[in-house]
Design a protein around this ligand. Structure first.
Ligand SMILES: Cc1cc2nc3c(=O)[nH]c(=O)nc-3n(C[C@H](O)[C@H](O)[C@H](O)COP(=O)(O)OP(=O)(O)OC[C@H]3O[C@@H](n4cnc5c(N)ncnc54)[C@H](O)[C@@H]3O)c2cc1C
Ligand SMILES: NC(=O)c1ccc[n+]([C@@H]2O[C@H](COP(=O)([O-])OP(=O)(O)OC[C@H]3O[C@@H](n4cnc5c(N)ncnc54)[C@H](O)[C@@H]3O)[C@@H](O)[C@H]2O)c1
Length: 501
């Protein structure tokens, strides 16, 4: 390492996202006199605001990007260093930043987040979405687009396909149904009609959408066309610095180059075989280009179902890769199969005095049967908070147990303008065939799915304003034997909240 240590801090946290900032807050609250440094590559930090504990495990909050001075004012012992960590030397307890400075630490927490797992690297026509800059790039490119292809079937794809207006969207999913990361086929079937209807507008009358739903073509496609004359009012341009997260798409205008129309074509059970520019396509064997001719689009994407589509650009909504590489060289970090830094039940990595939290890490402690890791704000916040507690406890020689928030997986979000609550093993994760499902569905209103194993509720998917989340959370946590209730459990005429209160 080139230079000598500029300063040694008692604690250094790397990463100004939700996990890192929450870790700093917790650590500085536990040990106000401690010398803490936050080193972050981004010009702003992400802070939790309007935090609301909805129930024992469900929480809601807003995420705001703020100048780091906000945090320094709150914690006088904090130093925020705006630079990226270039290398980490765990043996000498030091790290080097890209602007050539070297800092020492007694304890370190890596909260470097993740980055989009792109279909192909360095392809100007393939966009990933991660932070504010990438969301703004999407908005800019979309404003001139007539057709885009969205690949992926998780959180970003679900939100993007629903939000984009004025541009044809070809949505390629490798599954039989939409939203496989969160939903089963039943829930997907409940949500699909929302692609045909107009989005509820903010206090502006919107015309009844004229739509046609063509029968799925034999090749397993579904096309929805909604004639959209109503335009969303009040949708401002990108709020400078607005953080991505539960409402990332509200802060930007996802408007294509055409007025009104929105057309979503679903291509099921297919993946990307190849992405061509029009020049490359000219020199390749004849493809099924449908009615287009080569050259009418800047990029072409061939799917494994044999179809090739021309488009303006491709959105790779295909998951997250933990941001570990700046920290690995020369160190002995144990990595999980998904590439994350392995952490134990005290958020400690395999390197002494080095912790990790958020998207960059993989929880490798023995999980509660009702909890699984998903790279979400909520878990990034919980992990950051808990890592801060663990770091302080170690220094203060206090005992600490795995926090209750890792007892039950819970997630509140919104898809297709429905409230969505996911609890426990919401898709029967890891249960094999040893479970049964109870489902209650009212078209356009609610979809309730309960996962039962051994007569006990172990998971639930709640779509719509069901108000069942607290009751079901208690039933799962209390491990109550529900066998006697059978299908009555979801009888809409029984007020289940009172019944089990
Ligand atoms: C488009 C989009 C929408 C999402 N919507 C939701 C949602 O609705 N609900 C939900 O629960 N989750 C959502 N997520 C997931 C959520 O954003 C992440 O799980 C969460 O932000 C992870 O927080 P983090 O602090 O671990 O990482 P990040 O928020 O990515 O923060 C990482 C920080 O580390 C910094 N950094 C990285 N490398 C270095 C380095 N070498 N040196 C210094 N600093 C570095 C970065 O600049 C950044 O400040 C969404 C994600 C995306 C991409
Ligand atoms: N409302 C929410 O809760 C929300 C919204 C957006 C994003 N997020 C989170 O942000 C992160 C990023 O979102 P995301 O949508 O990129 O990830 P994701 O994990 O939600 O979805 C990735 C999807 O891409 C698919 N996929 C992966 N590789 C593929 C390939 N080669 N070809 C085709 N499909 C492929 C996966 O099967 C999955 O359906 C995730 O952790 C997600 O949970 C959450």
């Amino acid at each position: 390492m080139a230079n000598r240590k500029e300063k040694t801090f008692r604690f250094i946290i790397v990463g100004g996202g939700i996990a890192g900032v929450t870790c700093v807050e917790q650590l500085s609250s536990q040990i106000p006199s401690a010398d803490v440094a936050l080193i972050t590559a981004s010009p702003h930090i992400k802070t939790v605001t309007n935090y609301r504990q909805v129930s024992k495990t469900l929480e809601e909050f807003d995420v705001e990007e703020q100048p780091s001075s906000v945090l320094e004012e709150k914690f006088p012992n904090l130093t925020v260093i705006h630079s990226a960590v270039k290398s980490l030397h765990t043996r000498s307890h030091s790290l080097e930043t890209t602007d050539g400075r070297v800092f020492g630490y007694e304890k370190l927490c890596i909260c470097g987040g993740g980055r989009p797992k792109l279909l192909t690297q360095e392809n100007p026509y393939v966009l990933g979405i991660r932070d504010t800059d990438s969301a703004q790039e999407l908005q800019k490119r979309l404003s001139k687009a007539k057709r885009i292809v969205v690949v992926g079937n998780g959180g970003i794809a679900l939100e993007l396909v629903y939000e984009v207006e004025g541009c044809e969207v070809i949505w390629a999913v490798k599954d039989k149904a939409i939203g496989n990361t969160f939903f089963d086929a039943g829930a997907a079937q409940f949500l699909i009609p929302s692609l045909e209807t107009n989005k509820p507008e903010k206090d502006t009358p919107c015309k009844r959408p004229r739509y046609t739903t063509e029968e799925p073509a034999p090749g397993g496609s579904h096309t929805f066309t909604a004639d959209r004359n109503a335009r969303r009012q009040g949708s401002s341009s990108t709020e400078a610095g607005s953080a991505l997260g539960p409402d990332w798409h509200e802060g930007i205008v996802l408007q294509g180059s055409e007025q009104g129309t929105r057309r979503v074509s679903l291509e099921y059970q297919c993946e990307v075989e190849k992405i061509f520019t029009s020049e490359e396509l000219l020199n390749s064997p004849p493809q099924t280009l449908g009615h287009e001719n080569v050259g009418s689009w800047p990029v072409y994407i061939k799917l494994t179902n044999g179809k090739t589509f021309g488009c303006d650009f491709v959105v790779s909504a295909t998951g997250v890769v933990p941001n570990t590489e700046p920290f690995l060289h020369g160190n002995n970090f144990a990595l999980a199969d998904d590439g994350g830094l392995q952490v134990d039940d005290h958020m400690m990595t395999s390197e002494p005095d080095v912790y990790a939290a958020g998207d960059v890490c993989t929880a490798c402690w023995e999980h509660s049967p009702m909890w699984q890791q998903m790279r979400l704000w909520t878990q990034a916040r919980q992990m950051g908070w808990y890592a801060g507690r663990c770091m302080a406890a170690q220094v203060l020689s206090e005992p600490i147990e795995l926090d209750f928030c890792f007892e039950l997986f819970s997630h509140i979000t919104k898809f297709f303008n429905y409230k969505v609550v996911l609890l426990g093993k919401f898709n029967g994760q890891g249960l094999g065939s040893d479970h049964e499902l109870l489902v209650r569905c009212t078209k356009g209103l609610e979809y309730v799915k309960v996962v039962l194993s051994g007569g006990r509720m172990v998971g639930a998917v709640l779509i719509g304003e069901t108000d069942l989340e607290e009751t079901f959370e208690n039933l799962i946590l209390n491990e109550m034997d529900l066998t006697p209730y059978g299908e009555e459990l979801l009888n809409p005429n029984i007020d289940i909240e009172d019944y089990f209160d």
